[in-house]
Design a protein around this ligand. Sequence first.
Ligand SMILES: [Zn+2]
Length: 264
Amino acid sequence: MNCREFDPRLHAFVDGELDAGPMADAEAHVSTCPGCHGRADGERRLRQLLRRQPRETAPAEFRARILALARRERTRKQVRAWLGTPALAAAVLLLAFMLIARSLSTGGHESEIVASLVDKHLAYAQLEGPAEFASTERPAVAAWFRQRTGLRVPVPDLSPAGIQLVGARIAEADQHRVAYLLYEKGHVLMSVFMVPEVGRRAALAGRSMSFRGQEYLAQERQGLRTVSWRDGQTLFSLVSTLDYEALLECAEQLRAERAREARL
Ligand SMILES: [Zn+2]
């Protein structure tokens, strides 16, 4: 098994859901490939975080300060948060599991898919390198998704709004494969999630918002704002602390990019 063959089996591998043959192949690959080994480890740690139960919740102010501190540290590339050397990393890790566990207790049903996307945003915001594929080049990121998933993912240019592309990930939420774009405005992370073939069952909750003739659903969760919409069978969701005006502007750009791609 090589990296490309391992990739679509990553989640099943971590969850122990592969048949014996493919499982042995995957194990053999992971034992010799540091890249895939790292990704499998990351997924395992994320699952551990998601499974733990909350003891108490962090006051909002403390949370904001820790998150800001963590991001500053991260840009200095000193904290290996998941390996957990300094005290800060431990605090961030604890905080991450408190936040995630708290949201889990409010429900993880398919109709709550936006909740699990918010969890992803929070979890990945703690990582030193939240992007699995780090690139500021839109065509390179689009090509990476095409190669890895066969998906055409619109990668809008948000730089006129001061929002820069950081990179991309492939994630999973409620058993859906999720294309995940990361952008940054200053030190504020914005996540763009694209969930293909989400189906009709995933009812979206939230407040209706109209923006330039399009309808969106807005929700606040865990101090974050989300703007979501469906486009055919695909669900899009933006998650950030950015204000709604900025998020809706980004949503509009994403729609435009998707329409432009469809014409190609
Ligand atoms: Zn590999």
